[in-house]
Design a protein around this ligand. Structure first.
Ligand SMILES: [Zn+2]
Length: 188
């Protein structure tokens, strides 16, 4: 009996795309549009807060997932509900270390033809009681979560407030509005 007997079925064992990690205080020096690989932006504590596709095309949905999770556990989590597989970049982490990005056909083949979240009730998937909140209990996989910056724009200033969500909210919450623009709801 081995704990690693199903090791090939973990998120970290998928074909991950290499990613360059950029601290948020250096992000302004990066030329996003010329990069040929994913860029993962982390805050000053090393937590991923956003990711940019090669060439900065589009605005993918970023889901942060622990590499130690089983693929099924990860894909049945609420973060993957009501989102389009071709629009997702999964930032795979081992603690504070970014292992790479799971995206494109390598991810889609696991979500098609029947996305796991369409098959079961809400209780399917991860046993929440045993999942640590982000940053807690090292060694315990954290639940996958969406990280998103607010796209609200006012007088050529984009809000950029970072929020994390367990899943895409059916109704957008009030934005925490870190740049103190006019009060607004979070702009997805
Ligand atoms: Zn905002």
């Amino acid at each position: 009996m081995s704990c690693d007997s199903d090791g090939g079925n973990r998120v970290r064992d998928q074909s991950l795309l290499s990613a360059e990690v950029v601290s948020c205080d250096q992000a302004e020096d990066v030329n996003w549009t010329t990069s040929d690989h994913w860029l993962v932006i982390v805050d000053l504590s090393g937590t991923p807060i956003d990711a940019i596709r090669p060439g900065a095309s589009g605005r993918p949905l970023i889901i942060v997932a622990d590499g130690g999770l089983k693929v099924d556990e990860a894909l049945t989590s609420p973060a993957f509900r009501d989102v389009e597989p071709d629009d997702i970049g999964v930032v795979v982490v081992d603690g504070q270390r970014v292992l790479g990005v799971w995206s494109g056909p390598e991810l889609e083949q696991h979500m098609y033809p029947v996305p796991p979240w369409k098959e079961g009730p809400d209780s399917a998937g991860i046993p929440y009681d045993h999942i640590a909140a982000p940053g807690n209990l090292s060694g315990v996989p954290t639940i996958p979560h969406i990280t998103r910056t607010c796209a609200y724009n006012e007088d050529d200033t984009t809000c950029m407030t970072v929020e994390t969500f367990a899943r895409k909210p059916p109704a957008m919450p009030q934005c925490k509005n870190s740049r103190q623009l006019t009060d607004h709801t979070f702009a997805w």
